[in-house]
Ligand binder design. Structure first.
Ligand SMILES: Cc1cc2nc3c(=O)[nH]c(=O)nc-3n(C[C@H](O)[C@H](O)[C@H](O)COP(=O)(O)OP(=O)(O)OC[C@H]3O[C@@H](n4cnc5c(N)ncnc54)[C@H](O)[C@@H]3O)c2cc1C
Ligand SMILES: NC(=O)c1ccc[n+]([C@@H]2O[C@H](COP(=O)([O-])OP(=O)(O)OC[C@H]3O[C@@H](n4cnc5c(N)ncnc54)[C@H](O)[C@@H]3O)[C@@H](O)[C@H]2O)c1
Length: 571
């Protein structure tokens, strides 16, 4: 099956990037650890993302227009294999998702002549099929939950008659938000002089890229930022109506009475929040032994108690969905489950719809990586800690970088953008290594979950290897005035730290506005701030941020204050 993304740029142009054929896969490449993708890929064996992709630029009109419209001259120097002697751009980015966009803005700020190539729509996954529309749906589910919770409203002294929703209205809200943010992103680049080159980018050789079918551009440095697409395990037939991926679900064309969600990672969990608020019953199917396997186990348990158990959600863990057949001729969607360990048949489910949320596959095939001797690992572009691309012999490819979902380091929008900024710092003369352990992540359920750094098991494993002690501090939202005023006392913040020197190893929050609260901790990790220093910082009262204030204050650190406290200043 070969689905495609289509875009009409104008009445005369159209571009199509076919999405991967999601019915074949390979397991021969080296496993890589995708810490923030819920689980190590090797744990899934045969169910790993498949990595086939074919890109086409299928409109002759579009090809002609792209060459004429670009306004940049193709470099004539150098054959495909040798580097050109002069360049059209200082920096050329392939892929205008959030990663490419972040890199482009920073590059212009640093004075680089910058071009960005986009084969579909500006904004990529996050803006068009990811963060942005999903958060619009979650904004609706949050309000629906509040309005439907008689107990909660009564506690606040409120009376509201029955809450309802208009499905198309909700869908329009998500779609309109995506359009608005896409325009903002496009305009923000145009306004500062980034050249947006329309067409599929293919690497021809060192520092040289083809755009569409016949335009060639050269650049001093190139960043690959081609992102990812939904991964659908072998045996699952996606029809886009009753068996869907997040690409389809975000359009909210229907709200099924009963939907199975395969995978209980970020996408599964966020959509369970949306669907149950809109009235669906949900059945989770999770390959690992527990739901939400990527989260700190204690936070996962609390999340299960609050986000799963009281809602119309049941689940099967330790099972793979091996075959899913879409609804047809009056028959429901049929899901065949096998035991994840024994591989024996376990169960068959009949539901109205199934959402496949089993991770994302990198979008890198057909990119011309072979022309610079780069072999992907399960489709991901191998990079070092500075996002420099590594070739098939283990050497760095000069002037070539890869950021975002395509390198698989951390599949988050802000991580993609931060990696892009880090690359720009390097090519403009400042060495920079991004600390991925300081990058926060959040799941926008109600309430939210957020985290930065290590989970408790990861911290204990590291401590054992490196020979240090780990301590844990916790604070409850129940003791926070603002949370109680909102009648939202269900929540926990957890700090994992070194008691000898006050280093923050990880912070995990479950509760109201957890996604916003995490940044005090992530900035502290990024800046190397120790607990003995941050516990002296002052927080406004009454605010949710006092949850973190209490958390840092309750930690028992042996070291004294490690940086001088500012002298009081007369104002
Ligand atoms: C449902 C969902 C919800 C999400 N929610 C969040 C969230 O709340 N927070 C968060 O941080 N992350 C979230 N993510 C993840 C986030 O969307 C991705 O991590 C992020 O979009 C990755 O950015 P990127 O720039 O690497 O790639 P992408 O956003 O995928 O962009 C890549 C771009 O490159 C283009 N392209 C690909 N190949 C070529 C080529 N050869 N030539 C030219 N152009 C090409 C594509 O068309 C695309 O526009 C979510 C993802 C999904 C699916
Ligand atoms: N709020 C956010 O930041 C946000 C929201 C959505 C998506 N994302 C990003 O998008 C990416 C994809 O999200 P996702 O939820 O699809 O992936 P994920 O990696 O977070 O979770 C996938 C889940 O599916 C399970 N699984 C995999 N194959 C299975 C099978 N055959 N049968 C049953 N279970 C199976 C895994 O064990 C895992 O728990 C994530 O890496 C995440 O970083 C982020």
């Amino acid at each position: 099956m070969q689905s495609s993304l289509s875009l009409s740029l104008s009445p005369h142009t159209s571009l199509t990037i076919p999405r991967p054929n999601q019915s074949s896969f390979t397991t021969s490449a080296k496993p890589i650890n995708l810490r923030f993708c819920g689980l190590r890929r090797e744990a899934l064996g045969d169910f790993s993302p498949l990595l086939t992709r074919r890109v086409q630029f299928n409109s002759i009109t579009a090809r002609r227009r792209s060459a004429a419209d670009l306004g940049v001259s193709a470099s004539l120097s150098g054959g495909n294999g040798s580097p050109p002697k002069s360049f059209d751009y200082d920096l050329l980015i392939i892929g205008a998702g959030v990663g490419g966009h972040g890199a482009a803005l920073h590059a212009v700020e640093k004075g680089l002549k910058t071009g960005i190539i986009e084969g579909d729509v500006v904004g990529g996954t996050c803006v068009n099929r990811g963060c942005v529309p999903s958060k619009a749906l979650l904004a609706v589910s949050g309000r629906m939950r509040e309005l439907q919770s008689e107990h909660h409203l009564k506690a606040l002294g409120l009376q509201v008659s029955a809450a309802g929703y208009d499905r198309q209205g909700v869908a329009d809200h998500a779609n309109n938000l995506a359009s608005k943010i896409r325009n903002n992103l496009t305009n923000s680049m145009k306004a500062i002089g980034v050249d947006i080159l329309t067409g599929v980018g293919t690497i021809l050789g060192p520092q040289k890229v083809k755009v569409g079918s016949d335009k060639v551009v050269t650049a001093q440095n190139i960043i690959i930022a081609t992102g990812s697409v939904p991964f659908v395990p072998k045996g699952i037939e996606v029809d886009g109506k009753t068996v869907i991926t997040s690409d389809h679900a975000l359009k909210l064309e229907s709200v099924p009475d009963w939907i199975a969600i395969v995978g209980s990672g970020y996408i599964g969990l966020e959509f369970s929040d949306v669907y149950t608020a809109l009235g669906s019953e949900v059945t989770f199917i999770e390959a690992l032994d527990q739901l939400m396997p990527g989260f700190d186990p204690e936070i996962g348990k609390l999340a299960q108690r609050v986000l799963i158990n009281p809602r119309k959600i049941d689940y099967h863990t330790g099972v793979f969905a091996t075959k899913i057949t879409p609804a047809k001729d009056g028959k429901p969607v049929i899901i065949e489950l096998i035991d994840a360990k024994t591989k024996e048949p376990k169960d068959t489910l009949e539901v109205d719809a199934a959402l496949i949320a089993t991770g994302r596959a990198p979008f890198t095939q057909g990119l011309g990586l072979e022309n610079v001797n780069v072999a992907t690992q399960r489709g991901f572009v191998p990079v070092d800690e500075r996002m420099r691309v590594i070739d098939a012999n283990g050497n760095l490819v000069p002037h070539l970088f890869c950021i975002g979902d395509a390198n698989g380091k951390m599949m988050l929008a802000h991580a993609a953008s931060a990696q892009g900024i880090s690359v720009v710092e390097q090519v403009t003369g400042r060495d920079h290594v991004l600390n991925h352990l300081s990058i926060p992540a959040a799941c926008f359920t109600h309430p939210e979950i957020s985290m930065v750094g290590l989970t408790e098991p990861q911290a204990r494993e590291k401590a054992e290897k490196e020979g240090f002690e780990v301590s844990i501090a916790k604070t409850s939202f129940k003791a926070n005035t603002k949370a109680l005023a909102e009648n939202e006392g269900e929540g926990l913040a957890k700090l994992i730290y070194r008691p000898d020197n006050g280093e923050i190893l990880g912070v995990h929050i479950f509760g109201l506005h957890a996604a916003d609260l995490i940044h005090e901790a992530s900035n502290a990790i990024a800046l190397g701030t120790r607990i003995q220093d941050i516990k002296l910082a002052v927080h406004a009262h009454p605010t949710l941020s006092e949850v973190l204030d209490e958390l840092f204050k309750s930690a028992k650190v042996k070291a004294q204050v490690s940086s001088p406290v500012n002298e009081p200043v007369a104002v």
